[in-house]
Design a protein around this ligand. Sequence first.
Ligand SMILES: Cc1cc2nc3c(=O)[nH]c(=O)nc-3n(C[C@H](O)[C@H](O)[C@H](O)COP(=O)(O)O)c2cc1C
Length: 191
Amino acid sequence: MKILFLNGSPRKNGYTVNIMKCIERKINSKHCIEWIHAYDLRIRPCLSCLKCRPNKECLLPKDDAHMVWHKIHSADVLIIGSPTYFGNISGQLKLLIDRNLTAFESMPASGLEPPTPLQKGKKAVMVTTCNTPYPISELQNQAKGTLQAIEAIFKAGGYTIIGSIIGDGSPSKNEISLNIEEKAEFLAQLL
Ligand SMILES: Cc1cc2nc3c(=O)[nH]c(=O)nc-3n(C[C@H](O)[C@H](O)[C@H](O)COP(=O)(O)O)c2cc1C
C-alpha cells in the first residue's frame, strides 16, 4: 500500500512531525511511504475560478499543488498532520488543500447537486499538536478545532478515518509519551 504523510508544520523537527514519524516507525516495512512537507512547496492560493469542476486538475499555471493532486489520488492511505494555529490547521496546509479540492471530491459544475467523494474506502489518520495542555486542548477553539478541520477534508473525500492523535502541551513535552507511542502503534496496525 502507498501511505502518504502530509505534514502541515513548518518545523521538520517539531512536535507534529515527531508524532507523525512515530506512526511511520510502527508501520510495516512492506508498505511504501512518502512524505510531503507543505512548507517546502511553492503554491499559489485557490482563486475560486471553479474551472476544476467537476473533477479536473487546477487550471492555474503549474506549481507544486498539481504534483500533490496526483499524489493524493495514487495514495491508499493519507495521514495529515498539522500544528494547531488559532484552533485550525496551518495556513500553508490550508492553501494546499484548497488548491486540491477536486482530489477529494467531484464538484458538479452547476454547484447544485451534492459533491461526490473521490477517495471512498481509503484509510486516513489525523495528527495535531498544540501548546495548550489537556483538557483545555479538547476545546473547540484549540486542537479539537484542528481535528475537525482535517476531518472535514477527509469526509469530503469519503475516507475512513481510523483515528487521531493530539500532542498537547507541546512546549513542556516535545518528546513522545508512552501514551502517544501506544496510540501510534495501534493506528499503524490498522493500516
Ligand atoms: C500562528 C500560531 C498559532 C497558534 N495557535 C495555537 C492555538 O490556538 N492553540 C494552541 O494550543 N497552540 C497554538 N499554537 C502553538 C502550536 O500549536 C504548537 O507550538 C505546536 O505544537 C507547534 O507544532 P510544531 O512543533 O510541529 O511546529 C500556535 C502557534 C502559532 C505559530
